[in-house]
Every structure is written in C-alpha cells, then in structure tokens.
Design a protein around this ligand. Structure first.
Ligand code: SAH
Ligand code: SF4
Length: 452
C-alpha cells in the first residue's frame, strides 16, 4: 500500500521492493510454500502506472486507489504469469458498502474514511491526480459502521477526508444552510449544492454512542462553517481539537500554493475558532522551501507558528511532484540545504512552543482514554482530548461504584498532569470516569477529592 505525496514516501517503496524481489525469488526456488505475488496498491501505483512494471519486472499487480474491488480478478490474471493493471479512477467509488475487517480486534481506536479524492488543486499537491475527484460516502453507511465499531468496544473514531468541510451526502437532499466563504477565502472550483453537510454528519455520528470520542481530519481553512464549530461545542464527545493545516504563513506563498486564503484570513479564523471553542488544541501541516520561497516569506511561517502556537505540527520540506501546477508553472529553486535548514528552524520553534503550551497544563486534570501498555516501562499510555499522549502508572483507582479497580485499556480516567514534555505528558490517575461524568463534574466545578 503506497503513498505518493512526497518523493521520500516513494523512495521507501523502491527499497521495500528490493527486499520483496529477493523474497519472491527465494520462494520460487523453495519446494514449500505458495509462490509470492507482489502488488503495488494506492497512490504510487496510480501515479506511475505501467512505468512501474517497466522498471520493476517482479511486480504482478498495479492497482490504483479506486480499483480495490477488482483485486480478485487482478489476482486471477496473474495466475498464468501475466501482470495485471487497473489504475482507473472513479467518480463515485467510496467503498461505502465494504465493511473493513479489523485485524487487531483489541484496538479501541479506529479510522473511518468519510470521503475520497480532492477538488482543491493546491499547486504543490499530487492528491487530486492520484485520488481523483472529491466524493462523499453516504451518512447512513458511515453511521452503520460506527454502530458496529461501538458494539465491538471501539471508544474513539477519527473521520478522514482530504477536506472534511466540503463533505456533502447528495443522496439525502435538504433545504438547510449553504455556507458562504468568509471574507479572505476563495475556492477554485464551483461548490456543489444541497445534501447533508459535515456538521450534519458530526451530529449523527456523535449521537451513536455518547461515550465514543469523535475526531476528524483534515479541515481545510478555506471553507470552515460555523455549524461545525457549534456542534463541537455542543457535543462533549467531539474532541476540542482541530487539524487546520496552514501550509505557510506568507500570503504570497499561499497565493502561489493556491490555498485560497491569506495569512490574515487564517489568523482571523484561528481567533474565531478559539473564541467559540475555548481551550481548543490546534494542529497544522507546514511546508518550507516551496518554489520561490524567500527568507522573508519563510520568516512569516515562523511568526505565524509563534502567533498561533500549535499543539501538534507536521512539518515538511517541499518535494516537487510531476503533473502538479507547480511542476508546470514554477521552479523548485530553493536549494536542498536551505530547505533542510528551514525545516530544522521550524522544528525547533515548534518544540519550544509545545513545551510552553504543555507546561501550562501542569496540575490540571485531563480526561484520558487509555489505549495501550508501554512494554518497556509497563506504564499505561492514553491520550487526552488534545490527542497528546499521557503516561500513567498501572494502579488501582476509585471506580464508578465507590470501590477500587485496576485501570485497563479502553477506560476513561481522570488524570492529574504532573510532568509535561514537548510531546507527551505524565500524570497521576485519580479516578475512573466517563465522558458524561467528567464534563458534568467540570461544568459544576465538582472536585473529587482523592487521596494521592
Ligand atoms: N488535504 C490535506 C492534506 C493532505 S496531504 C490538506 O489540505 O490539509 C498531507 C500534507 O502533506 C499536506 O498538508 C502538505 O503539508 C504535505 N504535502 C503535500 N504535498 C506536498 C509536497 N509536494 N511536498 C511537501 N509536502 C507536501
Ligand atoms: Fe492536496 Fe490541497 Fe487537496 Fe489537501 S486540499 S489534498 S493539500 S490539493
């Protein structure tokens, strides 16, 4: 399963193929075991298509992101030694009726794809070419999957899409709101009309199980409706955390990237988000070294990061991709060592600002969902609402019925934060709780006194 977003992702696959080729040869020579078939699936398959087979003779199947239903036929084609290719992109494939098999049934978190493709055409990005046109999965199929996951004990679901704010289930018509783009934001494509929107989806999804946490990513800043902010504040199981990728802090770079907003419009949106959802944790993606990026423009990225203060940031050096508008129109003219240096400076600033933000949480009580055990330290590892890791010792704590019981994976625990690093917290687990109880206590200022 491959990615094509940056060159680095593809280089990893080429290395992996070297290894798999040897494995396939070994198998072919051994008397035992089935012969090995190598299939390259996903975005790299879509991007390179037949070129992949010309370069890599040992590949049996090349299947793009919209052709997974065809895999049984493709495998059958390979039976007589042929190579099978399907890289057709679809206008409506969402795999809505395919119920994923969960390989690790003990996982209490899950990811659900709510839409596919992207119509945004940011000039640096290959996604619209490898994933095709934007299409949304019907609400009913998403809600059904969430019900199933809830029955299986899943406690947290992340809804995935390239731009969840343009979600639109047109199989269900509604007379409801149409959001207009706010001042300072524009879009390159004609927005569709009607159907159920992302706020409707959030409303339905968060109603399935009030004890199931809901997160979503990514939210393009360009069309962020008030209704989405409203539902986040109304539902305590929708986490107060937003991935709002800025990509750059410079309006001129943003213009070249065709992001559809200026630095000022982005900062206004951040201010609005923070006023509607106090305490919201923001995360971002940032690219340094995009075509023509000057030192001054880059510094605007640093000052934006300083101003916003992100809890989480994914920082990338620009990697030129064929087919994109930037490839056709601009020059990848920022030298590699400058890109590297800018990346290091972004990272340094980000770590510093995380440190400050996280220190401010010391002494506060967080609602933590316990996800796993760290095999090395034997500590329990969970996440707070901000999606940051919280480590706690294994111990017995006050349970809902007034007794004491050990903490297990899947429990919600109130944790007092006692140590804050840039990337994780440690704390003292106080008592077992639930989303409902934790926020009721917080709302009424109830303090549960626990002997530490
Ligand atoms: N749809 C999401 C992003 C999906 S791709 C959004 O618009 O926010 C994930 C991230 O990869 C992007 O946000 C961007 O920061 C980064 N990215 C995309 N193309 C890139 C490229 N050519 N070089 C470096 N980073 C890139
Ligand atoms: Fe790529 Fe832009 Fe679409 Fe995100 S919104 S997937 S960055 S084209």
């Amino acid at each position: 399963m491959t990615c094509a977003i940056r060159e680095g992702a593809e280089i990893k696959i080429w290395h992996r193929l070297d290894h798999l080729r040897g494995f396939k040869r070994q198998r072919a020579m051994s008397k035992n075991g089935y012969p090995v078939k190598i299939g390259i699936l996903g975005c790299m398959a879509e991007r390179l298509k037949e070129k992949l087979i010309e370069k890599e003779k040992s590949v049996d199947i090349v299947a793009g992101p919209d052709s997974y239903r065809d895999l049984p036929r493709l495998l059958a084609v390979t039976e007589n030694g042929q190579t099978a290719v399907n890289v057709l992109l679809s206008l409506d494939e969402t795999y809505a009726d395919v119920v994923p098999v969960r390989l690790n049934k003990n996982n209490i978190t899950a990811f659900i794809s709510v839409m596919r493709g992207c119509d945004n055409m940011c000039t640096y990005c290959i996604v619209p070419f490898t994933r095709g046109k934007e299409r949304s999965r019907p609400v009913t199929s998403i809600v059904d999957e969430i019900k199933l996951l809830s029955d299986q004990g899943v406690k947290e679901v992340t809804l995935l899409g390239q731009n969840v704010n343009s979600y639109r289930d047109i199989s269900q018509q509604t007379e409801k709101y149409e959001t207009n783009l706010a001042k300072g934001f524009k879009t390159v494509y004609k927005t569709k009309k009607g159907g159920l929107r992302f706020a409707d989806l959030l409303e339905k999804v968060s109603s399935v199980d009030p004890e199931m946490r809901i997160r979503f990513t990514a939210a393009h800043p360009k069309d962020f409706p008030d209704e989405v902010l409203q539902i986040i504040t109304e539902r305590s199981n929708i986490c107060n955390q937003l991935h709002l990728p800025a990509q750059s802090g410079s309006s001129t770079v943003l213009e070249r990237m065709r992001r559809g907003y200026t630095r000022e419009a982005y900062l206004e949106l951040v201010a609005k988000v923070r006023s509607v959802i106090p305490g919201v944790a923001l995360s971002t993606d940032m690219i340094c070294g995009f075509c023509g990026e000057t030192e001054e423009e880059f510094q605007e990225t640093l000052t934006l990061m300083e101003t916003v203060r992100y809890h989480t940031a994914f920082l990338f050096s620009y990697s030129m991709r064929e087919k994109t508008t930037a490839y056709r129109r601009y020059k990848d003219d920022v030298p590699n060592d400058v890109k590297k240096d800018r990346h290091t400076r972004m990272l340094k600033l980000y770590i510093q600002s995380c440190h400050v933000l996280n220190q401010a949480e010391l002494g506060k009580v967080h609602l933590v969902l316990i996800e796993s055990i760290n095999k090395k330290t034997q500590q329990l590892v969970g996440r707070n609402e901000m999606y940051l890791k919280v480590n706690v010792d294994q111990t017995e704590i006050l349970s809902e019925d007034g007794g004491k019981r050990a903490i297990k994976i899947g429990d919600y625990v109130a944790v007092k934060i006692t140590d804050a690093k840039a990337s994780a917290f440690s704390g003292v687990p106080l008592y077992h709780t639930s989303i409902k109880e934790f926020y009721r206590d917080k709302c009424y200022g109830n303090e549960i006194v626990v002997q530490l």
